[in-house]
Every structure is written in structure tokens, then in C-alpha cells.
Design a protein around this ligand. Structure first.
Ligand code: 13P
Length: 331
């Protein structure tokens, strides 16, 4: 029997391009059940699978979302749920012109011997999970390594870089674009230089490992933090943040990486949009820059909704407004 190679499927590079080009970004709505439950409860909403489903349905069905958003990331729970009209979330996203993505790491634990640093878990059984997500329509995946400026070491950067590389290589084997996220947290009172140093260490280790694992860099999306002073330190201007971020990225991110989509790190929407705008304005870059914000896009919408179906249209308007603000920063 002869097998025919399917030539109608987009390549990893084409998917990654679609995620990051053309002035659209990626909505991160992949909070774990625990995190989502605590965010709902902070708004006085009892957490349940249905409440979490209703909230994610509100996000994905917001009219006009696909004008500004190319993809959305969900956690396993949402990925397996149906909208109230019975369509599975991944199918609904594709019908709305939005690529469905799945967070596949399983969270962090203390890295043994890491002096307080964290290691991201989730490699066991990952191949089987990716096969199932691919079959259910996942276009891309996400894995988040998390570093604190106070505890990052060459060893913790290397260990997390290695896990990111193994995850990314496995994703590509399953036809899924990996979002590679080495996040340096902005909590703390460190200065801009400390953030630059920690971000450089995290990125250098991640790319060393990605290259050694033979990952096709044209088929990944990098999701970094902005290089900023800690939230408890004196703030820097958006221009300073953009210049520092660009300095670190241009030293360490190879030109063939498909695109860069920033996380917001819990910073205010206006601040991260302004940093993105300044970075975009800096001119010649080998890779496109866009956003993959979570809280900066959704926090206000969640608050506006408050669990009341009558507030769905206004919550959706707030969400789309924030997505438009972020997308306009890169157009
Ligand atoms: P924030 O933009 O809220 O930091 O979330 C982005 C994200 O996906 C973190 O993993």
C-alpha cells in the first residue's frame, strides 16, 4: 500500500506565522482550575466546571475578537468542554477564525538542589497527550517555565531550558507549534538591570537546549516577559522597557524564530500596550512582535461579567476593546 503525503495541511512555520503576523495576538485564557477558581471567587462567583465554561465561552464568542486575536490558549478542562450550543471549544474557535491552543505543562514544583528555584513539570506521558490534542484540533501548545529574579541560577535555567526543549521537540513531532515561555516574574523590588540579567540567563539556556534538541526555530513562538523593574521598584518608562527588552532579545533570540508574543505579567493593560508599541516602533527586527497577554486582556472583562448573564455583552465589549488596544500597538 502506498501512503500519500498530505500536502494540504499548513506547516509548523505557516501556523507560527499566522499566530504572530498581521497585527494580531494570542489570548491567554489557560488558567489552571485552581487559579481560575480563585479569580472567579475574588469576583464573588462560585467556581464550577459550568462557571468556568461560561466564562471561557463569553471570551471566545465575543464579536470581533478575531479581528485582533489569532489564537487562544486554554487549559485541558476548557479544551475538552463544549459551548452551550454543543460545539467543542476547539471546533468553535476554528469556525470563528481563531487557532485553538492548549497549555500542556502541569505546573511547577521545587527544583531539588535548586535553592528555592522552580521546575516546570509535565513531560511524563506528554507524547500521548499531544497526540490526543492534535486529533482534537490543537494548532499550538504552551509550556511555561517560571523564574524569580532572586532565585534563578545557571542550573535552574538549564533544567527548565531542557524541559522546554523536550516539550518543543515533542510538539513539533505531533504537528503542533510550541509556544516556548521562559517567564521571569516581575514581582519584587529588583531594578531593570537585574531583570535584564535574569531574562538573559533564562533565554540563553532555553535556546542552547532548543538548538541541541533539533527544534525547528521557524516553527516555534517565543513568549517572553518584558524586561522591567520589579512591581515594587520605581517604574521605568515604556521607552526604557522597550529598549532594554529589545537589547536582551536581539542578543539572544535567533533570527529564524517565527515570532515573539509577550506575556503581561500582571502589569496594567495600558503599560504593557505602551511597552509593546515602543518596541514595535524600534524598527528593524528579524522577528515580528505581538502579545499573548492573559490578565491585561481579561481581568476587566471578568469583573464586568461578575457571573451575571445580563453582563455578557458589556464584558465582551471590554475584552475586545483591550484586544484592540494591544493589536493597535503593533499595527
Ligand atoms: P499574563 O499576561 O497574565 O501574565 O498571562 C500570560 C500567560 O499566559 C502566563 O503564562
Amino acid at each position: 500500500m502506498t501512503t500519500t503525503l498530505r500536502t494540504d495541511l499548513p506547516t509548523l512555520a505557516e501556523i507560527a506565522r499566522r499566530m504572530t503576523h498581521a497585527g494580531r495576538g494570542i489570548l491567554a485564557a489557560d488558567e489552571s482550575i485552581k487559579t481560575m477558581s480563585s479569580r472567579l471567587e475574588q469576583e464573588g462567583i462560585a467556581s464550577s466546571p459550568t462557571a468556568r465554561r461560561d466564562y471561557r465561552e463569553l471570551l471566545i464568542t465575543a464579536e470581533g475578537l478575531s479581528d485582533w486575536v489569532s489564537g487562544v490558549i486554554w487549559s485541558d478542562e476548557t479544551f475538552g468542554q463544549d459551548l452551550s450550543d454543543g460545539r467543542p471549544f476547539p471546533q468553535a474557535a476554528r469556525e470563528l477564525g481563531i487557532l485553538p491552543g492548549i497549555k500542556v505543562d502541569t505546573g511547577t514544583s521545587k527544583l531539588p538542589g535548586g535553592g528555592g528555584a522552580l521546575i516546570t513539570e509535565g513531560l511524563d506521558g506528554l507524547g500521548d497527550r499531544l497526540a490526543s490534542y492534535a486529533e482534537r484540533g490543537a494548532a499550538f501548545a504552551k509550556w511555561r517555565a517560571v523564574f524569580d529574579v532572586a532565585t534563578i541560577t545557571p542550573y535552574s535555567a538549564r533544567a527548565n531550558g531542557h524541559a522546554l526543549a523536550r516539550y518543543a521537540a515533542l510538539c513539533q513531532q505531533h504537528g503542533i507549534v510550541p509556544i516556548v515561555e521562559p517567564e521571569v516574574l516581575c514581582t519584587g523590588d529588583h531594578d531593570l538591570g537585574a531583570s535584564a540579567q535574569a531574562s538573559s540567563l533564562a533565554l540563553r539556556s532555553a535556546f542552547d537546549e532548543l538548538v541541541q534538541a533539533g527544534v525547528d526555530l521557524a516553527g516555534i513562538v517565543l513568549k517572553p516577559n518584558f524586561v522591567t523593574p520589579g512591581l515594587d521598584a520605581a517604574p521605568a518608562t515604556a521607552g526604557t522597557v522597550a529598549a532594554a527588552t529589545f537589547g536582551v532579545l536581539s542578543d539572544l533570540v535567533p533570527a529564524d524564530v517565527a515570532g515573539i508574543a509577550f506575556l503581561s505579567g500582571g502589569q496594567p493593560t495600558a503599560d504593557v500596550c505602551e511597552s509593546l508599541r515602543e518596541l514595535h516602533r524600534l524598527g528593524e527586527r528579524p522577528w515580528p512582535v505581538t502579545f499573548s497577554f492573559g490578565r491585561a486582556l481579561v481581568s476587566e472583562a471578568l469583573h464586568t461579567w461578575g457571573g451575571d448573564v445580563r453582563n455578557v455583552p458589556s464584558a465582551q465589549q471590554v475584552l475586545v476593546h483591550n484586544c484592540r488596544q494591544a493589536a493597535q500597538a503593533i499595527r
